[in-house]
Design a protein around this ligand. Structure first.
Ligand code: SAH
Length: 343
């Protein structure tokens, strides 16, 4: 008989599972705290659970879904890239980044990705499968155990499209947010999407106000379709409108990401078009200078990057603009460089 995986279950699920096994629902709460608040990896550490039940758990259940395969530490900054192996021998990546007191962990939501954005390394892998809630949560548990600096932010910007694995991503975010779990404020949890419109609309209706980031990456539809085939389904205007609705409904600014690629979307004209699109939208714009991979795309020179952001900065009173220089360049830990490779 297959063992039952407890990691990933929420409080209600654990409580009803414990009741079904003839234990009190209070046991469910205890297991929740042991797994998520304390991050234990062995049933023997569940000190306030009686021995016979611990024995039962050990025989019938699993609480660890990932095994650490490799860690790479950047020599340039304090970023760390961790490669995990899943129980079915897939590899996923997680990045830990430290900026002063801020400790941001970038986590994966799928093994690979089906979206085929032409500039993204993860896209080349194709989609292998969704990660379970337990596998998403285990990435954060490992980082918390490995690095003493408390985690302040979580971003779903690793491998995969979070909104193609919507339920598991939201369940994991709820565990991160739970005061009995990781106790992270909803503002500290960001989910980034290529723009799966029906899921953005569902996200707007969620109880929690997790942050939303939309990868725009172009200022007109024909350029966007060329690099992001998903644009054929939901266009730029649809996404800007949905972003605006998110900002207004959730009283929280949507973030647009714009990966700046040489000769593709980095002209002055692109900057003016983008400024026009974002006019009157309560949002933040993150410009991400392209991280070069094995593909054909290149990063613009610094002059072009600053010129592009300057044009947008001139509308500073309408929205905020930030250039986000990726961390961990020497260990391929930047956005779009994650492909589960071992070296
Ligand atoms: N699929 C989601 C989550 C991944 S987030 C999404 O696309 O939003 C990864 C971010 O890195 C996205 O904004 C993506 O556009 C960007 N990105 C992908 N490849 C990149 C690269 N080589 N350099 C810089 N950013 C890249």
């Amino acid at each position: 008989m297959d063992k039952i995986c407890l990691k990933g279950m929420n409080g209600d699920e654990l409580q009803s599972w414990c009741l079904k096994e003839g234990e009190s629902n209070y046991r469910g709460q205890q297991i929740f705290e042991w797994m998520y608040r304390h991050g234990i990896s062995s049933f023997d550490d569940m000190l306030n659970v009686n021995k016979p039940f611990r024995e039962f758990l050990r025989k019938n259940c699993i609480i660890q879904t990932l095994e650490m395969q490799n860690i790479y530490i950047s020599k340039i900054d304090k970023s760390t890239k961790i490669i995990f192996r899943t129980t079915d021998n897939q590899f996923i990546e997680t990045i830990s980044m430290i900026y002063g007191y801020r400790h941001t962990v970038c986590i994966s939501s799928q093994v690979g990705c089906s979206l085929n954005c032409s500039f993204c390394e993860t896209g080349r892998m194709g989609l292998k499968r969704n990660l379970s809630t337990g596998e998403i949560v285990d990435q954060l548990i490992f980082v918390r155990g490995h690095n003493k600096q408390p985690i302040t932010n979580v971003v779903f910007m690793g491998m995969g499209e979070p909104f193609h694995n919507y339920d598991n991503v939201i369940s994991a975010a709820d565990i991160f947010h739970s005061p009995r779990g990781f106790n992270l404020a909803a503002t500290r949890i960001t989910i980034s999407t290529v723009g799966i419109l029906p899921k953005i609309q569902q996200f707007i209706k969620e109880k929690q106000r997790y942050k939303l980031a939309i990868s725009l990456n172009a200022a007109d539809d024909s350029s966007r379709t060329q690099i992001m085939p998903v644009n054929e389904k939901w266009s730029i205007v649809d996404l800007i409108k949905a972003g605006k609705e998110y900002s207004n409904m959730k009283k929280r600014q949507v973030m647009f990401e714009y990966v700046l690629i040489k000769g593709v979307n980095d002209s002055k004209d692109d900057a003016h078009k983008l400024a026009h699109l974002l006019q009157g939208i309560p949002c933040k714009l993150n410009i991400i200078p392209y991280n070069e991979t094995e593909g054909i795309f290149r990063r613009p020179d610094e002059k072009t990057i600053f010129q592009f952001s300057e044009i947008l900065h001139n509308r500073r009173d309408e929205y905020r603009v930030l250039i986000r220089w990726s961390k961990g360049q020497d260990i391929n830990a930047g956005c779009g460089q994650l492909a589960g490779k071992q070296a």
